[in-house]
Each structure stands twice: as structure tokens, then as C-alpha cells.
Design a protein around this ligand. Structure first.
Ligand code: HEC
Length: 122
């Protein structure tokens, strides 16, 4: 096998592996966001599905704040390191959601995109 064939084979294999790692039920592709990312359209459902079980209106399980409203989530990005906390590796005790598993990268990318776009509400 020459080098070219080997390389083609390897890149093909990595495509298959990366697809296999994406859970379709949680897959949110940033390329599907048209225009700017907003809290109402892109972010709220992610927080509701992954964080509000603890970061509820009355926070549970030791969570220090709620992540229920736009202002609360925006404040957590600006002052509580939300993006850093969800970007940690599996096994890091500071990873959010607490206890893991880490959110799919495509989901983390949506929150990062929201920050880059200026943390718009709608
Ligand atoms: C199982 C309960 C639980 C879930 C689910 C959870 N958290 Fe937390 N969170 C906690 C607890 C407990 C703390 C306080 C301990 C710590 O800082 O690690 C915390 C702390 C935080 C902090 C740091 C707050 C500060 O001021 O220090 C952020 C930011 C955060 N969570 C964001 C999130 C986000 C975003 C999600 C969803 C992706 C999430 N959490 C899901 C329990 C949870």
C-alpha cells in the first residue's frame, strides 16, 4: 500500500469514527443556525434539558444559582465561567453538567456561538 492510499484510508476511518460518536438525539449543528444565535431560539432548550434539573428556580443538589431565565444564563456566561465549565474534559470534577457526561461538542459550540454573537435574547 502506498502512502496516498494509507492516508485516504485513515481520513475515511476518522470520518466514520466522528459520526459514530455523535448521538443524533442531542445533535445540534451550528451550521443549521441561520443568522445570529439567540437565547430563545438556540440556547434555552439546551439549558432546560441538561442543567435545570439542578439549576432550577429553587436550585437543587447543591447548585449555587438558577439557570432558568435569560438574565440568569447570560450572567452565568459573563460572571460564572459557564462556557469554561461545560468545556472541561470528562472526569474533571468541575465539569458541568455535574457528574458528566460532557455535552456533545456541537452543543457546546452552540453556546460558544451565542457568546460570540453577543448573548442576544431573541
Ligand atoms: C446534578 C446537578 C447539576 C447539573 C445537572 C448541573 N449542575 Fe452546574 N453546578 C452544580 C453544583 C452542585 C455546583 C456547585 C459546585 C461546583 O461549582 O462545581 C454547580 C456549579 C455550576 C457553575 C459554577 C457557579 C459558580 O458561580 O461557581 C456553573 C457555571 C454551572 N454549574 C453551570 C451548569 C450548566 C451550564 C449546566 C448544564 C450544562 C449544569 N451546571 C448542570 C450542579 C449541577
Amino acid at each position: 500500500m502506498n502512502l496516498k492510499t494509507l492516508f485516504a484510508g485513515l481520513s475515511f476511518a476518522s470520518v466514520i469514527v466522528s459520526c459514530a460518536n455523535d448521538d443524533p438525539s442531542t445533535l445540534i449543528d451550528t451550521t443549521l443556525i441561520t443568522g445570529l444565535a439567540t437565547y430563545n431560539q438556540n440556547v434555552k432548550s439546551i439549558i432546560d434539558n441538561n442543567c435545570v434539573v439542578c439549576h432550577a428556580t429553587v436550585p437543587k443538589n447543591g447548585a449555587p444559582m438558577s439557570l432558568v431565565t435569560y438574565d440568569q444564563v447570560k450572567n452565568a456566561v459573563l460572571n460564572r465561567g459557564l462556557l469554561t465549565r461545560i468545556s472541561l474534559e470528562n472526569g474533571n470534577s468541575s465539569l458541568m453538567p455535574q457528574g458528566g457526561p460532557r455535552l456533545p461538542q456541537t452543543t457546546i459550540d452552540v453556546i460558544a456561538m451565542w457568546q460570540q454573537d453577543g448573548l442576544l435574547e431573541k
